[in-house]
Write a protein that binds this ligand. Structure first.
Ligand SMILES: [Zn+2]
Length: 335
């Protein structure tokens, strides 16, 4: 018996140990009871570094959440540093520095330390490309029930205030305005989409948005502020921003299992200014805001949304579904 278990163990150890010590642990799936400091120790890093790499909005972890962690990589024949950097969301420079490499030469079997790149962050604002946002959204788990995606335009700041690189400055000034003037607890919106197609997350998804659309829309809502004034005759939305708005709305619909309709994707214009209840198209002009703009994807009525916006979102959802299986992160459809 002893001999048999010895043999079994040896075989198992031989098979498993070398793989475990080298294979990518990325992404790490959070188990019940895991804390950020525990995981940091396990991967020889700090909790702060994990927060920065993953764009965490809180240090509380939820079971099933995926975390990108520092890892080791065994070089396969034909692999370049660039391939490895792309695979692990790192950079050629950081891989060379962390492994004291003086050239791009690699040999098969070489073991490399890999530190994934940090997301672009200032305070609570995390600024991402669409690909980064997609990964961020599907790696995260949320405890709040989210079933209403709100579309807004900022009106001000508008296109004339955006200079191509002042994303954080605009986010900070909105946050200050919302907190100091409006008396809210944080910036009102969860998501901000810029004219260049960049996407910022600010107010944590697990905290309901705050703002004039009212508590009924906010309770289970996620608020998107699209930078610009999209009332007729003002800013003409860029293709980059259009694509990002459609894609972000499609990704949120997939993540939270929503089918585009007036009950799942809402315009601020459909909510009474005073009563804060949903009135759809049945209000006088002075009873509702024009937000997200009288020219937002063809207009701000429910018919406009059904004709010009939801079909684009639906089509994009189908496109994402076809590519999900190829992604590294967990397939949301398999959950
Ligand atoms: Zn609005």
């Amino acid at each position: 018996m002893k001999l048999l278990s010895f043999i079994v163990c040896s075989l198992t150890c031989l098979l498993v140990v070398p793989i475990l010590s080298v294979a990518a642990s990325n992404p790490y799936e959070v188990k019940q009871g895991d804390t950020l400091p525990d995981i940091a120790i396990k991967y020889s890093t700090s909790a702060e570094n994990l927060i920065q790499i993953n764009g965490l909005q809180t240090s509380n972890l939820l079971e099933g959440q995926l975390l990108i962690v520092p890892t080791k990589h065994e070089v396969m024949p034909g692999e370049s540093i660039q391939d490895i950097a792309t695979e692990h969301r790192s950079t050629v420079e950081s891989i060379k520095k962390d492994n004291h490499l003086t050239s791009n030469y690699l040999y098969p079997g070489q073991i490399l330390d890999i530190n994934p790149r940090k997301l672009n962050r200032k305070g609570n604002h995390i600024l991402m490309t669409l690909d980064e946002f997609k990964e961020w959204l599907f790696n995260h788990q949320f405890s709040r029930e989210i079933r209403l995606i709100q579309q807004h335009h900022t009106w001000q700041p508008s296109y004339k205030h955006f200079h191509g690189n002042n994303h954080f400055q605009l986010l900070d000034s909105m946050r200050t305005h919302h907190m100091k003037t409006m008396g809210w607890s944080d910036i009102a919106q969860n998501i901000t989409i810029f004219p260049d197609g960049k996407i910022a997350v600010s107010r944590p998804f697990d905290v309901a948005p705050e703002g004039t659309i009212g508590p009924t829309a906010n309770k289970h809502g996620i608020a998107i502020e699209n930078i610009g004034n999209f009332d007729k005759g003002h800013d003409v939305m860029t293709k980059e921003q259009k694509d990002a708005i459609v894609a972000v709305t499609a990704l949120l619909s997939l993540k939270f299992d929503l089918t585009p309709s007036i009950d799942t994707i809402t315009y601020h214009h459909w909510w009474h200014y005073k009563t804060k209840e949903r009135v759809l198209d049945d209000a006088k002009d002075y009873e509702v805001k024009s937000c997200p703009g009288t020219a937002f994807f063809g207009g701000n009525s429910t018919a406009n949304a059904q004709t010009y916006f939801y079909p684009l979102v639906q089509e994009k959802m189908e496109e994402f579904k076809r590519t999900f299986s190829k992604q590294e992160y967990k397939d949301p459809l398999a959950q």
